[in-house]
Design a protein around this ligand. Structure first.
Ligand code: G6P
Ligand code: ZN
Length: 555
């Protein structure tokens, strides 16, 4: 039986250029007639001919508003574009790491993830469509550029005339002409993966032995991780059922901003402060980000988190078996990981912001563990960052060393020294104003002599540059990845414009300051960094250019 395919005439929409993490816009933008279909068709036009025709495509979303409708559209368009099999999570739900894992486990050729990550959802919030390739990671720029080119030329899209597929339970649906939709449990395959990396029996023993006085609280922020955290931490590891909060995915994330940081996960921080929980964690809308807390809300910066996981790799069965191939961080992430790499004598990479840069290194078997200051931590088990995985790493370290989060951190700082780190975000700044500030900073890049050798308190400027990266695997070059002022002791000030905002410009200022004085290892980061933060604001004339006196978010 052949399917009835409708070819619908359309016209290009402006601005369908996928950013760091796919096409991310307001829901209302995606709701324009044909807008979503155009972008999906542009994606298929860019990849189907040689890659997806007759093959497998994974589809999943983080449960946000519009996901159910868009999943059905993509299924019908996949059928019309001669994709062989769609593998989709129950109710269209799959976390981003679960999609990455499914692509790899089921040897699919690509995936479409419906998420705007940590951006708010609901009818007034954001939506996003992101294409991942067959290694399970985000599409490289060559592919996203091609999608954009196709979106500019599009004249029609193809959609099959088939009924909506029942996604409420795992089942196989065949439609003839070789097209099938396989609805899979959203969590099963991911749990299988986690069980292959961690010692669940040992973790269960640790979590459930009253002698350890262990108790955890995970805030799923009404994002996608609710079902994953509940299955793993409660059902598998035996923690109390109230160890997971906000664990029902909601289309508007309960009205919140599903971003695991001290500002947006304030409810978790508050609960930790007022309870005896020894381990706290949160994840974002689509489950790839994480925040780790200790007793009374003791905060672990993401930069420290990845360094601690790497330093303790031998407590994680997967790495113990396979060994560490290499370590990597994004450029603005603090240099804590650099010191671990040096000590372990493994290859180390500093890449631009964006998880895709890690994927190439992993595919080339040169990278095992990596992380970003933006609350992303992960490994080569998949090709996305993975929030639940990071939590399981911390549990494994706590269980193996029988130490609290705080003890693990203090021991780490004592061994390696501490990189104090903070990021100031100025959101929704007028783009022209943000660009003027960057132009002002560029003069230091063009003429470093303006700053080099200058003294700011105890800091002497050693170099100024605009970070550029040459991928050691495919030799592609990425320019203008952030302006860096590097001081003689390795401390740094970095300025970058975010690549993920959905309106205006977001200016990020990153401060990284290295401390080895054992008497100064446990200071409040904002206090320790104050002089460098003031220098950063002064040099950039941020307030003058933008009118902003205070950042929107401090992490
Ligand atoms: C996404 C990407 C990350 C990146 C983050 C921040 O989460 O997956 O790799 O670090 O966005 O990007 P931005 O450009 O907003 O700083
Ligand atoms: Zn995310």
């Amino acid at each position: 039986m052949s399917l009835k395919i409708n070819r619908v005439t359309t016209h290009p929409f402006d601005g369908q250029k996928p950013g760091t993490s796919g096409l991310r816009k307001r829901v209302t933008v995606f709701q324009q007639p044909g807008y979503t279909e155009n972008f999906v068709q542009a994606t298929f036009d860019a990849v189907t001919l040689n890659v997806l025709r007759g093959k497998k495509l994974v589809i999943g979303g983080d449960g946000r508003f519009l996901v159910p409708e868009v999943v059905q559209i993509i299924i019908k368009m996949a059928a019309a574009n001669e994709i062989g099999r769609v593998i989709v999570g129950t109710n269209g739900i799959l976390s981003t790491p679960a999609v990455s894992n499914l692509v790899r486990a089921r040897k699919a050729q690509g995936a479409i993830i419906l998420t705007a990550s940590h951006n708010p959802g609901g009818p007034e919030g954001d939506f996003g469509i992101k294409y991942n390739v067959e290694n399970g990671g985000p599409a490289p720029e060559g592919v996203t550029n091609l999608i954009y080119e196709c979106s500019k030329k599009i004249q029609s899209y193809s959609i099959a005339d088939i009924p909506n597929v029942d996604l409420s339970k795992p089942a196989e649906h065949s439609f003839g002409s070789g097209f099938a939709v396989e609805v899979v449990d959203s969590v099963d395959e991911y749990v299988t993966c986690m069980k292959s990396l961690f010692d669940f029996a040992a973790l269960r023993a640790y979590c459930s032995d009253p002698a350890n006085k262990f108790s955890m609280l995970v805030d799923c922020m009404h994002g996608v991780t609710g079902p994953y955290a509940t299955r793993i931490f409660v059902n598998e590891l035996g923690n109390a059922s109230n160890s997971v909060m906000n664990n029902i995915p909601l289309p508007d994330f309960g009205g919140g901003h599903p971003d695991p940081n001290l500002t947006y996960a304030a409810a978790l921080v508050e609960k930790m402060k007022n309870s005896e929980h020894t381990f706290g964690a949160a994840s974002d809308g689509d489950g790839d980000r994480n925040m780790i807390l200790g007793k009374k809300g003791f905060f672990v910066t993401p930069s420290d988190s990845v360094a601690v996981i790497a330093a303790n790799f031998a407590h994680i069965p997967y790495f113990k078996q396979s060994g560490l191939k290499g370590l990597a961080r994004s450029m603005p992430t603090s240099a804590a990981l650099d010191r671990v790499a040096a000590k372990l004598n493994v290859e180390f990479f500093e890449v631009p912001t964006g998880w895709k840069f890690f994927g190439n290194l992993m595919d080339a078997s040169r990278l095992s563990i990596c992380g970003e200051e933006s609350f992303g931590t992960g490994s080569d088990h998949i090709r996305e960052k993975d929030g639940i995985w990071a939590m399981l790493c911390w549990l494994s370290i706590m269980a193996a060393t029988n130490s609290s989060v705080e003890d693990v951190l203090i021991k780490h700082w004592t061994t390696f020294g501490r990189n104090y780190f903070s990021r100031y975000d100025y959101e929704e700044v007028d783009s022209d104003k943000a660009n003027s500030m960057v132009a002002h900073l560029q003069q230091f890049v063009a003429n470093p002599a303006l700053l080099v050798g200058k003294q700011f308190g105890r800091f002497t400027v050693a170099s100024v540059d605009d970070f550029a990266y040459t991928d050691p695997v495919d030799h592609s070059v990425s320019l203008h990845q952030g302006i860096r002022i590097i001081f003689a002791d390795g401390s740094r000030i970095i300025y970058r414009l975010s690549g993920t905002g959905s309106s205006g410009a977001t200016i990020r200022v990153y401060i990284d300051s290295f401390e080895t004085d054992s008497a100064k290892l446990t200071m409040d980061a904002q206090v320790a960094l104050k002089p460098l933060i003031e220098t950063a604001l002064e040099l950039s004339k941020l307030t003058e250019f933008t009118g902003r006196k205070e950042p929107t978010v401090i992490t």
